[in-house]
Design a protein around this ligand. Structure first.
Ligand code: PLP
Length: 407
């Protein structure tokens, strides 16, 4: 009998996804303690509504869609020119970076793009990831067969290169000594909240150009950078256009987590194996993707208007105040904390050598605050928890007070 086979790489993926395990523990506790009011500083979803400039643009676009002249069917797979041009002008030209709209690919999410980018690279490439890491980079490479086999004992895949980001190196990964063809870098970092300096990024770019490697640079949290010395895009670094692809998202910048819009920059100067990666990504997108809805792209473009920009930056400032409340509060309570300054994430060391999950459970049961155990992001995350600034202002203050009480 003929039997359909599957992609067996999927069977190698370890069972429980971090956030499902958190959800499971939270619901077990909540069911047993229905009177307790939980505050969630765990999952990185935003809570502030879309800003008025965005919703006004979307309303207008919906009205256009209801007319024969203004109706839009399939749009360009790469995104509408109005959005690609606005991105190029405001996110790049305004920072002195020459990126052409044809190098910008609008998409439905940085998550999809970070995962899908693997389509244009050989499965024989060696992939390097930070440890701890945003799990999407690891799991999508495992699905493609690039990660090898997973060991429950070490918590690692045997074909991935892990770059520890620990207190000793200031949560900045060292350039690997071993071969690495594709390197995922994420700054401001999820989960540690760390940022990379210009000098650090220059070292990565020089290394990638010298070795023929490609940097996959995720700057989904770029909007949270307030330190004027910290680069907002990898393309501020000389030489980056011949070695880097950048992922950006409207999710955290403008509250688009449920609206879905992002973009990926693949420079025309980036070639490997005799091929233009811009051309390959264009081919991939045209084949597998039919574009982001017109209404959504109109909403995204509205954040580049003066009023839209001011409104989204107010929301970012709101979250950054929460981050400061968390950072300052936990620090005053004696915890070792980092991140939070150019990032919505605070990375806190567990007290008394407690394990991540143990401290997670303690905070859930005693403070009724949901956090994220660092160990869920990789072996080097053990002994840490991540707290997010995406909650309400009062809830964040209360959560920090409750945590301090149980410490
Ligand atoms: N990249 C990082 C580092 C993230 O933390 C997230 C979301 O949490 C994403 C990408 C996903 O972005 P999007 O909503 O655009 O898919």
């Amino acid at each position: 009998m003929h039997m359909t086979t599957i992609n067996r790489n999927y069977l190698k993926l370890p069972g429980s996804y971090l956030f499902s395990e958190i959800a499971r523990r939270v619901s077990v506790y909540a069911d047993a303690n229905p009177d307790k009011k939980l505050i969630r500083l765990g999952i990185g979803d935003v809570t502030r509504p879309l800003v008025p400039a965005v919703t006004a643009a979307m309303h207008a676009a919906v009205d256009e869609m209801a007319t024969a002249e203004g109706f839009h069917g399939y749009g360009p797979e790469q995104g509408y020119d109005f959005l690609r041009e606005a991105i190029a002008a405001h996110d790049y030209h305004a920072r002195g970076v020459e990126i052409d709209p044809s190098e910008i690919f609008v998409s439905d999410g940085a998550k999809s793009d970070c995962g899908n980018i693997g389509d244009i690279f050989g499965t024989d490439n060696v992939v390097a990831v930070c440890d701890p890491v945003y799990p999407v980079y690891v799991d999508t490479n495992a699905m493609a067969g690039r990660a090898g086999d997973f060991s429950e004992e070490t918590g690692k895949w045997n074909r991935l290169v892990y770059m520890p980001c620990v207190a000793e190196n200031g949560f900045a990964p060292a350039i690997p000594e071993e071969k690495a063809d594709l390197v995922y870098l994420c700054f401001p970092n999820n989960p540690t909240g760390a940022v990379a300096t210009r000098a650090q990024l220059q070292a990565w770019v020089d290394w990638a150009n010298a070795n023929g490697s490609v940097i996959l640079f995720d700057s989904a949290y770029e909007a949270f950078i307030s330190d004027p010395e910290i680069p907002h895009t990898i393309f501020e670094i000389p030489g980056a256009k011949t070695c880097a692809i950048e992922f950006r998202s409207f999710s955290k910048t403008a509250g688009f987590t449920g609206t879905r819009c992002a973009y990926t920059v693949v420079p025309k100067a980036l070639e490997r194996d005799g091929a233009s990666l811009n051309a390959l990504w264009n081919r991939r997108q045209c084949t597998k993707f039919n574009g982001v809805p017109y209404v959504v792209q109109r909403g995204a473009a509205a954040i580049y208007t003066p009023e839209g920009h001011a409104q989204v930056m107010e929301n970012i400032a709101f979250y950054k105040r929460n981050a400061k409340v968390i950072f300052d509060g936990l620090k005053a309570a004696g915890l070792t904390v980092s991140g939070g300054e150019n990032s919505p994430y605070v990375w806190a060391k567990t007290p008394d050598g407690m394990g991540s999950w143990e401290f997670f459970d303690k905070l859930l049961h005693q403070a009724n605050v949901v956090t994220t155990p660092g160990a869920g992001f990789g072996p080097s995350g053990e002994g840490y928890i991540r707290l997010t600034a995406f909650g309400g202002a009062d809830a964040t203050v209360e959560a920090v007070e409750r945590i301090c009480k149980v410490l």
